[in-house]
Design a protein around this ligand. Structure first.
Ligand code: COA
Ligand code: AMP
Length: 637
């Protein structure tokens, strides 16, 4: 048996041979003759002369191979009490139908289409339909507010938006049509067509939106009618390097980064990862409880399972409350899932609601072989609890929107390695992981530093940011020459296991969702009573971190702390969205700063989390820090 070590070494020493071999897992129109294009460092491209279609690989080829009757998508929606199996044959029909409707609306190779959709089959159909005709999709998570949607519309300039009547949250219904209408008003870029797939139980219909949009550049179409009037579309051949999707993620500033994913290297990397990391093959069932709006959903709800010819579970529900903390176990039993993949926060939520895991005993979990988790650090308590409850390996894997698939994992299909609690295990083949000190020199095993990846990054990772090579280079490639900076800190131990300890920037992680404190600060700073502010992520036992805002009032302001908090919480919710989960505001006398004016956010967070901290010698005013310490320690006690 080939060992992990041998495969890893080959991947970094002979990348050309290694990835051309992996490329054989994909059906090409023009097979690549070269793997890596190094002609424009520090920007690298994979399979520069390959041509393919991602949708063909995810759908058509399985039907052609006689798997048309196999279930491709098992849609399980406790919030609407619906369960539906969609075979590969049906998926092909639905995807080509909607691809035809897109083509009729003038959308083709290279055009962008923005998707604002909850966890319904049409979201997957729309993604695949874009891939089919060579269009580039950009999915926006449903918890974002219209202003965030508008910012993404202006950045990627889509010809069409695809949406639905709404989404169902446990305590409320979220109306999508009015949100899209507002976003279109806020955006400068005119969108030609909005497709709406109708759901029952929502207030606004596509007909109402269509009539309100008269005289505007946008026409609103009902999905079913548009498909009915169009001829199904065939697959368009695209270059391996053409963009399949753009997925926006939080950076340190308020403006999100459009991570680009290409067609060819993405398909190769995901297909490889399904077998070697997740150990899921054709016909097997993968249940990834995330959302199609996040990268985990793109990769392991949609593309990787379908590229493999596996069955994917599309779960429209929560880990708890839909209806209870046994929901995941029910879905595992009913779908026969071999693998469950979710975020540690979901397991913590289940544990909180059902501490002894009694609900799991109601279900037959014998199909489950592995629980994978990602999105945030897997704390040892949660690791132990889940392992004891389920009796299967609990496998952490570390990655980012930018990489699209794991940087560090335990390669279950290659060589299951011993698991160390607190570590996502070892670097995945293709990723040359280094831990560097601030001047870019590697540190010793066991010493913490900046985790960086030696260039070139492997296939499947971002080649650039949408329309902005300069921002790509300045955000990721300039801190350490010849490396991609992950923005995470951590260490490698003596055995080469990676330990990821936290971010080195102002990005925080709330319930496995990556959020920018800078974006929240921009909103707080726009309130007329606020002189200055800081948002930090404080440790939270359920969500990992929660955002906490500290504001200094302008002189002479008499607004009370409660009034201001209500207004600021409302502003963040309406400008960024419910997903920001911003609920805490404190008024303070001042913010601790260095003499050059930099707010000491890290020190603030360390005080709030009761960690040891060093007061920087450059602090401007010690009294301000003393005052803040009283506020911070009293609220986290
Ligand atoms: N559309 C609209 N609103 C949404 C939304 C969506 N798709 N998803 C979340 N929200 C809203 C929620 O309704 C909530 O609003 P509220 O303030 O009115 O209650 C807010 O955003 C925060 O939601 P959430 O982060 O889900 O917190 P919660 O307290 O409701 O639930 C958990 C806590 C742990 C159960 C939940 O966060 C969870 O399921 N986490 C798993 C995360 C995950 O899968 N991450 C993917 C990365 S792998
Ligand atoms: P996102 O781009 O939203 O997937 O968030 C990526 C960030 O989440 C990473 O840079 C890490 O900070 C964090 N993260 C994701 N997975 C893990 C993990 N397994 N362990 C520790 N941190 C993680």
């Amino acid at each position: 048996m080939t060992t992990y070590r041998e495969v890893f070494e080959r991947s970094v020493e002979q990348p050309e041979e290694f990835w051309l071999e992996a490329a054989q897992g994909i059906d090409w129109v023009t097979p690549p003759t070269r793997a890596l294009d190094e002609s424009r460092p520090p920007i690298y491209r994979w399979f520069p002369d390959g041509e393919l279609n991602t949708c063909y690989n995810a759908v058509d080829r399985h039907v052609e191979a006689g798997r048309g009757d196999q279930v491709a998508i098992r849609y399980d929606s406790p919030v609407t009490r619906t369960q539906r199996d969609i075979t590969y044959g049906e998926l092909l029909e639905r995807v080509s139908g909607f691809a035809g409707a897109l083509a009729d609306a003038g959308i083709g190779h290279g055009d962008r289409v923005l998707l604002y959709m909850p966890m319904i089959p049409e979201a997957m159909v729309a993604m695949l339909a874009c891939a089919r005709i060579g269009a580039t999709h950009s999915v926006v998570f449903g918890g974002f507010a219209p202003a965030e949607l508008a910012a993404r519309i202006d950045d990627c300039e889509p010809k069409a938006v695809v949406t639905t009547s709404g989404g169902v949250e446990p305590k409320r219904r979220v109306e999508y049509i009015p949100a899209v209408e507002e976003a279109l008003k806020l955006a400068e870029h005119p969108v030609g067509t909005v497709f709406v797939t109708a759901r029952t139980g929502f207030e606004t219909s596509v007909a109402e939106a269509a009539s309100r949009a008269q005289g505007s550049p946008t026409r609103w179409l009902d999905w079913d009618e548009a498909v009915h009037e169009a001829d199904p579309a065939e697959c368009t051949t695209v270059r391996a390097t053409d963009p399949l999707y753009i997925l926006y993620t939080s950076g340190t500033t308020g403006s999100p980064k459009g991570v680009v994913r290409d067609n060819g290297s993405h398909a190769v990397a995901l297909r490889w990862s399904m077998q070697k990391i997740y150990d899921v093959g054709p016909g097997e069932v993968m249940f990834t409880a995330s959302d199609v709006g996040w990268v985990v959903g793109h990769s392991y709800i949609v593309y990787a399972p379908l590229l493999t010819g596996a069955t994917t579970v599309l779960y429209e529900g929560k880990p708890i409350g839909t209806p209870d903390a046994g929901a995941f176990w029910r879905v595992v039993e009913e779908s026969g899932a071999k693998v469950l993949f979710t975020a540690p926060t979901a397991i913590r939520a289940i544990r909180k609601a059902d501490p002894s895991g009694e609900l799991a005993a109601d279900y037959d979990l014998s199909s489950l072989e592995t629980l994978f988790v990602a999105g945030e650090r897997l704390d040892p308590d949660t690791y132990q609890w889940a392992g004891e409850l389920l009796g299967v390996p609990v496998v952490d894997n570390w990655w980012q929107t930018e990489t699209g698939w794991p940087i560090a994992a335990n390669p279950r299909g290659l060589e299951p390695l011993p698991i160390k609690s607190g570590s996502p295990s070892v670097p995945v083949p293709g990723y040359n992981v280094a831990v560097l000190d601030p001047s870019g020199d590697p540190v010793e095993a066991g010493a913490e530093g900046n985790i960086a990846l030696k260039l070139p990054l492997p296939p499947g990772t971002l080649p650039t940011l949408w329309g902005d090579d300069d921002r790509f280079i300045s955000s990721y490639l300039t801190a350490f020459d010849g490396y991609y900076a992950t923005g995470d800190s951590g260490y490698l131990d003596e055995d080469g296991y990676v330990f990821v300890m936290g971010r080195t920037d102002d990005v925080i992680n709330v319930s496995g969702h990556r959020l920018s404190t800078g974006a929240m600060e921009q909103v707080l700073g726009s309130h007329p009573a606020v002189a200055e502010c800081a948002v930090i992520g404080v440790a939270d036992p359920l969500k990992g971190q929660r955002p906490s805002g500290y504001v200094v009032l302008k002189q002479g302001e008499s607004i009370t702390e409660d009034e201001l908090a209500t207004e600021l919480v409302g502003m963040v919710r309406s400008r960024i969205g419910a997903v920001a989960d911003f609920k805490e505001v404190r008024v303070v006398e001042g913010l601790p700063k260095t003499r050059s004016g930099k707010i000491l956010r890290k020190t603030m967070r360390q005080i709030a989390d009761r960690e040891d901290y060093k007061v920087p010698s450059t602090i401007e005013d010690m009294a301000v820090l003393d005052n803040l310490r009283d506020v911070l320690t009293c609220e986290s006690s």
